[in-house]
Design a protein. Structure first.
Length: 376
């Protein structure tokens, strides 16, 4: 074969590998937001107040040239993406939302189901936004919450302060992080989703409890203890500290593991679900003058019953609220019945809110003390 033809063939084959990226941007010429806050604009003009936080790369590393770790910018716009476009015209570089971590909904946003659905739906459809974005509800405005970050004691430049507190590295049941995907999924399955709340302090940001959304409408709140009770009822309880009264003293019990089984019972037209919850843990601290070593088996059993009583009271209070006040199945009973008892679900699914409100749900909590803590 002619050498010229061979050389030409090789050049043709190599041409695709020799081309450059005509639209390539240097990473230091792109802004990667941590979080977006959305409030209703209560003044004149566009519908929303959009607030965006992003890292200051000049404050990262040993050779940092600036001290301000994050930048915060705001604008009014008719949508999240219009706001981002407006802000990019004021800044040196454009935004890229691939690294977005947190969506903060202002209190005035969450009072309108249509608005919440519009925002969630718009963000879930955007291909550049991760579906693992965490959702928060601000106690007041999202803008105020984000503006308070530079004054917080906890500062995370790389992953963002809010995300570092929601990433799942922290073991607590006082609030429950939720992603964009899970929020939509829970609304679709049970009509109810719960997002953690956030409030600003003088030198910190506090996450606590949860905001209850039913069909994207905010219908109520859970405090920290109620949120813990909810995680127990859902079978997702993490390590946490329980304080209970016992024989004129206080005992502190820290959980190390828990399991839950659901049992469905149908007696003629009556429906009943039994939640069997098994908890293991250790005494963190207790005061017992007469028997400081706690070698008495009967005494340990009495302590276990005292803890069971406290947890049963908490869970029953939350059940009463969900069934009678909100008629909202936030504990996944409907999902359980639809999966494992489809014939029953076919009968009751269309009227599930009313069925759930009247259903007999029995909570059986069994606590075991595996280790004994500090004696005083």
């Amino acid at each position: 074969m002619n050498k010229k033809i061979i050389y030409l063939s090789i050049i043709i084959i190599l041409i695709p590998f020799m081309t450059g990226c005509w639209d390539m941007q240097e990473i230091n010429q792109i802004l990667f937001p941590y979080s977006i806050g959305i409030d209703l604009n209560e003044g004149e003009g566009e519908r929303y107040v959009i607030t965006i936080t992003y890292p200051n790369i000049n404050a990262i590393g040993k050779n940092a040239t600036q001290e301000e770790r994050i930048h915060i910018v705001s604008t009014v716009a008719s949508s999240v993406f219009e706001g981002a476009t407006q802000l990019s015209t004021r800044l040196q570089y454009p935004f890229n939302f691939k690294m977005l971590r947190v969506l903060v909904l202002g209190k005035n946003i969450t009072n309108d189901a249509g608005t919440v659905k519009e925002i969630i739906d718009g963000m879930s459809r955007d291909f550049s936004i991760s579906k693992k974005v965490r959702i928060l509800q601000a106690e007041d405005s999202a803008e105020d919450l984000l503006l308070s970050i530079p004054n917080a004691k906890r500062q995370e430049v790389i992953e963002g302060t809010l995300f570092s507190m929601l990433s799942g590295k922290r073991s607590t049941s006082r609030y429950t992080p939720i992603t964009l995907t899970d929020f939509i999924r829970e609304i679709d399955l049970s009509g109810v989703a719960i997002a953690p709340r956030a409030a600003t302090g003088v030198e910190d940001i506090k996450f606590f409890g949860g905001a209850i959304f039913k069909d994207y409408e905010l219908i109520g709140y859970l405090d920290e203890v109620q949120n813990r009770a909810l995680t127990i009822l859902k079978g997702k309880w993490k390590s946490d500290l329980v304080v209970a009264s016992f024989q004129d003293m206080t005992i502190s019990y820290i959980t190390t593991g828990s399991k839950m089984k659901r049992k469905f019972i149908k007696n003629n037209e009556e429906l009943k679900v039994r939640l069997e919850i098994r908890v293991e843990g250790a005494l963190q601290e207790y005061i017992h003058r007469e028997n400081p070593t706690l070698n008495n088996t009967e005494l340990i059993e009495d302590m276990e019953k005292a803890i069971e009583k406290e947890l049963t009271k908490e869970t029953n209070q939350v059940l009463e609220m969900l069934q009678k006040e909100y008629k909202s199945d936030a504990i996944g009973i409907g999902e359980y019945i639809s999966k494992f008892h489809p014939k029953v679900w076919k009968e009751v699914g269309n009227d599930w809110d009313e069925v759930f409100a009247d259903m007999d749900i029995e909570v059986d909590i069994d606590v075991k003390i595996r280790r004994r803590g500090l004696v005083q």
